[in-house]
Structure formats: C-alpha cells, structure tokens
Design a binder for this molecule. Structure first.
Ligand SMILES: NC(=O)C1=CN([C@@H]2O[C@H](COP(=O)(O)OP(=O)(O)OC[C@H]3O[C@@H](n4cnc5c(N)ncnc54)[C@H](OP(=O)(O)O)[C@@H]3O)[C@@H](O)[C@H]2O)[C@@H](O)CC1
Ligand SMILES: Nc1ncnc2c1ncn2[C@@H]1O[C@H](COP(=O)(O)OP(=O)(O)OP(=O)(O)O)[C@@H](O)[C@H]1O
Length: 330
C-alpha cells in the first residue's frame, strides 16, 4: 500500500484497535467531539484546515472557537463546522465585544480533544484568554482525561518567557501523554531553549507529553522516552498549512482512541480484541496523524503537482482514511 514499509504497515494494522467500529447503536458525538481553538483577523485558514481535516478523517462533531472577526469568514468556508466566535482581541474588545468565559467553558466541557493554536495570532488578550482555557480545560465538567494538542501560537505560549511558567504548570494538570505538542524545527528550538533541555526526549519528559517533531522525518517521543520515527516520504511541496492538517488528524485519532479506550466502544478489531494501553493508543494516534498527512500530501501532489495547496491535501484526507481502514460493507 502506497510504498509503505513493513513496520509502518504493522503500526497501521495495530492502530485498528484505536478506531471505533461503526454500528447502528452509536449516536452523534460518540466517535469524537473536537474543539479547535484558533483563528484571528489575519489567519482564518489555519484553524479551518485543522477542523476540516478532523471532520473528514471521521470525527462526529467539530467545533471551532475563534476570535470574533474570524467567525464569519470561517463559517463561509464550510457549513459542516460549528464556528463559535467567542474569543476577543484588543481590537474587538475596544469595539464593543464582551468576552464571556462561561460561554467558552460550556462549549469546551463537551469536547473530548482540544487543538489549541492554529491561527491564534499573538494578540495579548487572545493569548491570555487561551492560556486561561488551557489551565481550566482539564478540570471542566466530569471529563478529567481530556486531550490537548498544542501547535503554532499555542506553542508560542510555551516558549515565551512571559507565559511559559503558567503553561508548564497547566500542562501538569493533564494526564500522562494526554498532551501532544507538534512543533516544526524552529518551534522545537525555541521550546528547547526556554525549557533549557537539549533533546526531544527531555522536552516530552519535562512536560509529560508526546512531542511530534515535524520535518522530513517526523520524530514522535512520549513522556517515558519511547521514540518512533516516521520516514514516509510525503511530498516535497512545502505550502503553509500542512501542519494544520496534521493536528486535525491527530485530534480525530485521539478522539477515536478515547472512544475505544476511555468510553469502551468496540474497535474495528471487534469486542474481543485485547485492549491497548493509553500510552500505546496515543503514540499510534500521532503516528497515524503523521502518516495520513504525508499520504495526503503525496496523493495531492500526484494529482495537482506544484500548485498543491493545503486545500488540495485536505481533499485527500477522507480517501486516505478509507485506504488505511477500508469500510465495512453497509
Ligand atoms: N493559511 C493560513 O491561515 C495559515 C496560517 N498559519 C498561521 O500563521 C501563524 C504564524 O505561523 P508561522 O509558522 O509562520 O510562524 P513562526 O513560527 O513565527 O515561523 C515564522 C518563521 O520561522 C521560519 N520557519 C518556519 N518553519 C521553518 C522550517 N521548517 N525550517 C526553517 N525555518 C522555518 C521561517 O523563517 P524565515 O525563513 O522566513 O526566516 C518562518 O517565516 C500561526 O498562527 C499559524 O497557525 C500557518 O498555519 C500557515 C497557514
Ligand atoms: N522536508 C520535508 N519533507 C517531507 N515532509 C515534510 C518536510 N517538512 C515537513 N514535512 C511534513 O509537513 C507537515 C507539516 O510540517 P511543517 O514543518 O510544514 O509544519 P508547520 O511549519 O508547523 O506547518 P504550518 O504551515 O501548518 O504552520 C508534517 O506532516 C511533516 O511531516
């Protein structure tokens, strides 16, 4: 399949234990409720790419929590997403916008997985609101195993001297390997400098998280130092937004893993399959996110060549899912 190596095929096979089986008994939301937190006046594409990829990789419900002025453009991209423009920046708050944290928390407490950062921007007020959300999310409602993915400006909160102490403390409130960070090579360097560590392993250990260090080879390391490398080739076109596709797919896979591991739905392997530990499911979720993103990039490049944009890649994400996990007959 797609020129994948045998160890990659083995991991894909194992990851079937993370994917819930579709049955007539399921109701909406059981196969993943995701909330993407990001989007400001300048960047509306990034959160859309993440939320859209999460949707078409198979999550049931995908919410998008963004700055007020980003709401309308993003709603215009897709009627499938539920766009909540409840965040405010310094511009909107001086132009009549009233920030209401309760509206934000009532949305977030319904969600199994959060993606924080794509297109958030660096406005001080937006960052403060999101930092408070990251701090409170693990204790909202009855769900104390909520997962968090940090990318882009969410990682800036981690590497910036002004916010890092509060962020590091906040991440400790999440369960082991319930937090995933997805830095590109520049973001990784900034994080290592701030944390005063010299390896991906030490970043993951210090934060109790999984780090997906992106590049030609994606390096995936969990809090115990287990390290997987994904050298599947993907495509060579480096348009902006591919990292957003990645966070969307990882979010769906973590949501699926929670459906099977935390909420005990049957997986594609059936009811009697021996369950996997959360640590293994979380690593597999990241590996599948990395593989599916690279596969979508490769498939889109083969179709459209150098004009490839993230929209082309996202258009392949549903097809990639079907190739990885062929559908049961209906
Ligand atoms: N369509 C949209 O709405 C999109 C919106 N997006 C959103 O934009 C926001 C800012 O994100 P960001 O990544 O541009 O910011 P930041 O981390 O400051 O990097 C800036 C500089 O770092 C460098 N650099 C980066 N990667 C590198 C690498 N691999 N290897 C080497 N160097 C590398 C490079 O520096 P240069 O080469 O230009 O000197 C680059 O210019 C954020 O909210 C994000 O979500 C994106 O998701 C795209 C799609
Ligand atoms: N040199 C490369 N060759 C092949 N794939 C790559 C290469 N660099 C990055 N990728 C892939 O592209 C995806 C996004 O990584 P990238 O480093 O572009 O993130 P990013 O800069 O955060 O993206 P974004 O533009 O969304 O902010 C990852 O899945 C990664 O595997």
């Amino acid at each position: 399949m797609f020129g994948l190596k045998s160890h990659q095929k083995e991991l894909i096979k194992l990851s079937r234990k993370c994917v819930p089986k579709l049955t007539p008994k399921l109701y909406k939301g059981q196969c993943g409720k995701i909330c993407v937190v990001g989007g400001c006046e300048e960047y509306t594409g990034a959160p859309y790419f993440s939320a859209h990829a999460a949707s078409i990789f198979g999550s049931d419900l995908v919410y998008l929590l963004c700055e007020k002025r980003a709401g309308l453009p993003i709603k215009g991209y897709s009627p499938n997403l539920m766009v909540h423009p409840y965040l405010g920046d310094s511009y909107s708050s001086t132009h009549g916008f009233q920030y209401d944290f309760e509206r934000v928390t009532s949305l977030v407490q319904r969600c199994h997985v959060l993606v924080v950062g794509p297109g958030l921007g660096r406005d001080e007020q937006m960052l403060q609101q999101v930092l408070q959300l990251v701090e409170e999310a693990p204790t909202l409602g009855d769900d104390h195993d909520r997962c968090l993915i940090l990318d882009a400006d969410g990682l800036f909160l981690l590497s910036s001297e002004s916010y890092t102490e509060r962020m590091q403390k906040a991440l400790k409130k999440y369960g082991d390997d319930r937090v995933v960070i997805t830095p590109n090579c520049v973001e990784l360097k900034r994080i290592m400098t701030t944390l005063e560590v010299d390896s991906v392993e030490k970043v993951s250990e210090k934060l109790g998280c999984i780090t997906v260090a992106k590049g030609q080879i994606d390096v995936i390391v969990n809090s115990l130092g287990e390290r997987w490398e994904n050298d599947y080739e993907g495509s060579m076109k480096r348009c902006g937004g591919q990292g957003d596709t990645l966070t969307g797919i990882i979010a769906t896979m973590l949501g699926f893993s929670r459906a099977v591991g935390d909420f005990k739905l049957a997986s594609l392997e059936g009811d009697d399959a021996k369950p996997l530990s959360w640590a293994k499911m979380a690593m597999l979720s990241c590996f599948i996110g990395s593989t599916a993103t690279k596969l979508a990039s490769k498939a889109a490049y083969e179709k459209v060549g150098r004009q490839l944009q993230t929209t082309d890649m996202n258009n392949m994400v549903g097809e990639v899912f079907e190739k990885l996990y062929p559908s049961q007959p209906n």
